[in-house]
Write a protein that binds this ligand. Structure first.
Ligand code: NCD
Ligand code: ZN
Ligand code: ZN
Length: 460
């Protein structure tokens, strides 16, 4: 059972060859792909490769193949919050969503602010085997915003951390932010900022505007996000370091990032699937499933974010998968936790909001969800394309039709998805990591089998 089986994928269409926006996913010529020893070894026109004895054949007619998805913003919750998610359960959700790598946010307990903790998280990921886990290091000790964490030790550790973030909290002190940028610049790292001015958002519960007044909930102004982004792009310019902005949520943030990019600042930006579709109107229900940080904004913001993906101001889609236990969500709005799970719904929402609306082609989707996040995170061992010689990390998607997104689609420990019950396109059919199946015809491969394969392959 544990030895590596070769895989023959027959008749897949490659996302990379579907470069036209609004085009038909059958427009590309189908290909056969042979995977062996963890790599892609052959690629030919469909119908040319003959299955070998013992080779696993996957019929992919009508399916689109992308390089494995990479999430630069996942909360795996372990260590410390294992009732919400663990590295194992979170990476199972990742595999179900077509992800082969996740970057694990640092707001664990203990916080991922030492070499020991990041190495522990990476080891748990290696052992589980469902996805490559790349820990993110905290910028400040205990996320307290007072002293820089052991950034150098985490970068030099076995985990080789390149992404640092206090996500959940903003690095608010400009001097600390400056020092952190100067530090990561020395080894080509990046600071991923959760842009939220804490003073402007004290007690905030939803987007600030006429609706927050109407509902009597304390507002979260757009300027609380935009002012931090404006400051930080200037600090990035001053230091010459790389800056990444987490979960952009307002039209104004897009304009600030556009301005910075035009000046040549090394800034990249992410948007979550939920901010590409949901608006503050949902808060009228007072259903805490819609409570998230940053808050759901206005329709104009949703449209501006989609347009920013289309014109390249926004670089990537990241899930901000934020699992919370039932008690933290089935309560009054004010008392509920901020956050939504998102790994399993990311690709369907991206198809619905970007590909089906003509904002992005399939080829661009592969950049948004795989190539560019890998580049920002300086991820080693990620395939640049589905061509011979590259690692066999890939996903097969069935874009035809739509179906109700049910709780059965959620494979992590928590069920706080805002998309339950929605008709969504795009079923993730097969996920392959390092040449081994993690998701097989919509079903997760059993944990023992995935772990045994991962043990044979060794840590990446
Ligand atoms: N997005 C959220 O609403 N919550 C995140 C923190 C964060 O991403 O800021 C969490 O850790 O729960
Ligand atoms: Zn955040
Ligand atoms: Zn987050």
């Amino acid at each position: 059972m544990t030895e590596q089986t070769d895989i023959l994928i027959r008749g897949a269409r490659l996302a990379a060859e579907l470069a036209e926006r609004g085009g038909d996913h059958l427009a590309a010529a189908p290909v056969d792909l042979r995977l062996s020893g963890g790599a892609i070894v052959e690629r030919t026109a469909a119908g040319s490769l003959v299955p070998r004895v013992d080779e696993r054949v996957i019929e992919a007619d009508g399916l689109v193949a992308l390089t494995g998805l990479v999430d630069l913003h996942t909360h795996l919750r372990e260590p410390g919050f294992e009732q919400s998610e663990t590295v194992l359960t979170g990476t199972r959700a990742a595999a179900a969503g077509g992800f082969t790598t996740v970057f694990a946010m640092a707001n664990t307990l203990p916080v991922q602010d030492t070499a020991g903790v990041v190495e522990q998280v990476q080891r748990l990921g290696d052992a589980a085997g469902y996805a490559t886990v790349r820990p993110i290091g905290a910028v400040t000790e205990d996320l307290a915003g007072e002293r820089l964490s052991e950034i150098g030790a985490m970068a030099q550790s076995r985990a080789g951390v390149r992404v640092f973030s206090d996500d959940g909290k903003c690095v608010h002190d400009p001097l600390l932010m400056r020092r952190a940028l100067e530090y990561v610049r020395t080894f080509d790292g990046v600071i991923a900022q959760h842009a939220q001015d804490p003073r402007l958002t004290e007690g905030a519960q939803m987007n600030e505007g006429s609706l927050s007044s109407e509902l009597g909930l304390k507002g979260w102004p757009a300027v609380a996000e935009e002012s931090i982004i404006a400051r930080d792009v200037l600090l990035a310019e001053h230091t010459g370091a790389r800056l990444h902005i987490c979960h952009l949520s307002t039209a104004g943030s897009v304009e600030v990032v556009r301005w910075a990019k035009a000046r040549g600042v090394q800034v990249t930006a992410e948007v979550t699937p939920h901010h590409l579709i949901l608006t503050e109107e949902l808060v009228r229900s007072y259903d805490p499933r819609y409570k998230v940080n940053p808050p759901l904004r206005r329709e104009e913001d949703v449209q501006a974010l989609r347009a920013a993906v289309a014109d390249g101001v926004i670089d990537i889609i990241a899930t901000d998968h934020a699992p919370h236990p039932v008690e933290a969500k089935e309560c009054e709005w004010d008392a509920a936790a901020f956050g939504m799970v998102g790994l399993e719904s990311a690709l369907p929402i991206a198809l619905l909001t970007l590909v089906q609306t003509g904002h992005a082609s399939w080829a661009e989707l592969e950049r948004l969800l795989s190539q560019k996040p890998a580049e920002i995170g300086r991820l080693d061992g990620h395939p640049a394309a589905l061509v011979p010689g590259e690692p066999a990390d890939l996903v097969l998607v069935d874009p035809s039709g739509a179906s109700a997104f049910g709780a059965d689609r959620l494979r992590g420990l928590s069920v706080n998805s805002p998309f339950l019950g929605m008709e969504l396109p795009g079923r993730v059919v097969t996920t392959i990591r390092r040449g081994a199946l993690t998701l097989d015809d919509g079903e997760l491969v059993p944990a023992e089998q995935v772990a045994a394969r991962a043990a044979v392959a060794g840590p990446r």
